[in-house]
Ligand binder design. Structure first.
Ligand code: ATP
Length: 372
């Protein structure tokens, strides 16, 4: 029996990389996807996420490194010999076959005769039992996508790879399908690895997200961790909107870092700072727009000076449904964005109004101002 350190069903990439001529699409990376997890590779177009997925599928030969699945090194196995299956954005359903036969395809190819029970179960899982005798063109985009998922799951792969599977759907349907895919994954319990450029999609579905940039994994973590504790400006900006204040380190107490920004003082917990933060050096202090309290200057007398209290003037406002977005001119951050829930809106907060912004130190994060 083979001895190995990867004895569970984890997907493990070890030093895996891909070059095309002199161009490096994926720099050598190490990544472990725990068995049974919903894992997302998230990044902008061209960052190498599809190439990484295709190396796991066996559709792309890595230039270096290994791919293992459980205790099996699959690096040199062809795709059909790997216990994985892939769902593509294009669905790739057979137009002349009905839904039942599309889902049954993988079983019939293996020579199985009695497929009804398994296909019915799979159609129930994706809630398409009623549509079994329809042809693909008679279904909606979301339903077709669910057929593609059922077809990919029928042979019980250990890992399901999803390459931008919701990219062709409109926003509303995409949101429904995100929840649907999450439900299906929880029910079948196998590992899903999902490629997307949509941060909301990755955060809604995945237990763990790898944020990729320029062929590298920039940060790995749970959606909440990545959002609340980004380690680089790329991750901070890719996952939502960040206000980044370039501030000078004034002092450190061991628990908190005090920084100067314009005429204000900022406080950042040491544990939330990813930068070296030497006294006199610079740190980018980040604060998410919805974590800020916006107060009309006339009412701000009780807000203590010196702890994350910044003054400014409203430059613009826009109504965005559940909240209103304010853009604030301030001396420390030229386009400070603040979101205020509409129930808390103050009618005096209009362009030109003098305001005070303040927030809890617990909601800030510190980034290296020297990084690119
Ligand atoms: P998208 O979301 O646009 O698909 P991606 O993050 O999935 O982007 P990849 O498809 O992995 O990116 O491509 C990564 C880089 O490698 C891109 O710059 C792409 O142009 C390049 N690339 C991909 N396939 C090849 C190839 N066969 N030959 C040369 N370059 C390639």
């Amino acid at each position: 029996m083979k001895t190995t350190q990867n004895s569970s069903g984890d997907v493990r990439l070890t030093g895996i990389g891909k070059t095309y001529g002199s161009f490096t699409a994926v720099h050598p990376l190490d990544l472990t996807v725990p068995e049974g997890s919903f894992f997302a590779l998230l990044g902008a177009s061209g960052c190498g996420k599809t190439t990484t997925l295709r190396m796991i599928a066996g559709l792309e030969e890595p230039s270096q490194g290994t791919v293992s699945l459980g205790d099996q090194d699959v690096t040199h196995l062809p795709p059909y010999k790997r216990p994985v299956n892939t769902v593509f954005q294009s669905y790739a359903l057979f137009p002349h076959l009905d839904i039942f036969e599309n889902v049954a395809f993988g079983l019939r190819r293996r020579g199985l005769k009695s497929v009804k029970k398994q296909v019915d179960e799979m159609l129930d899982l994706v809630q398409l039992g009623e549509q079994a005798r329809k042809k693909p063109h008679q279904l909606s985009g979301g339903q077709q996508q669910r057929v593609a998922v059922a077809r990919a799951l029928i042979n019980h792969p250990k890992v399901l790879l999803l390459d931008e599977p919701l990219g062709a759907l409109d926003l509303k349907l995409r949101r429904q399908m995100q929840l649907e895919l999450k439900r299906i994954q929880t029910e079948v319990g196998i590992t899903f690895i999902h490629v997307t450029h949509d941060q909301e999609e990755a955060m809604t579905m995945a237990d763990t997200v790898a944020v990729m940039n320029g062929g590298r994994v920039e940060q790995l973590g749970s959606p909440a961790d990545l959002y609340e504790n980004p380690k680089t400006t790329f991750v901070a900006n890719f996952l939502g909107t960040s206000n980044l204040i370039d501030a000078e380190v004034d002092s450190r107490s061991g628990e908190e870092i005090v920084l100067k920004a314009g005429d204000g003082k900022l406080v950042l917990p040491e544990a939330r700072c990813a930068a070296p933060a030497t006294t006199g050096g610079r740190v980018l202090v980040g604060i998410r727009p919805e974590k800020i309290t916006l107060t009309h200057a006339d009412d701000a007398g009780g807000i203590p000076v010196g702890r994350n209290r910044i003054t400014g003037k409203i430059a613009a406002t826009s109504f965005i449904g559940v909240s209103t977005q304010y853009v604030i001119d301030s001396s420390v951050c030229p386009e400070f964005e603040v979101y205020v829930q509409n129930v808390e809106r103050d009618a005096r907060l209009v362009p030109g109004a003098d305001v005070v912004l303040h927030w809890s130190p617990a909601h800030t994060f510190g980034l290296d101002a020297a990084q690119d």
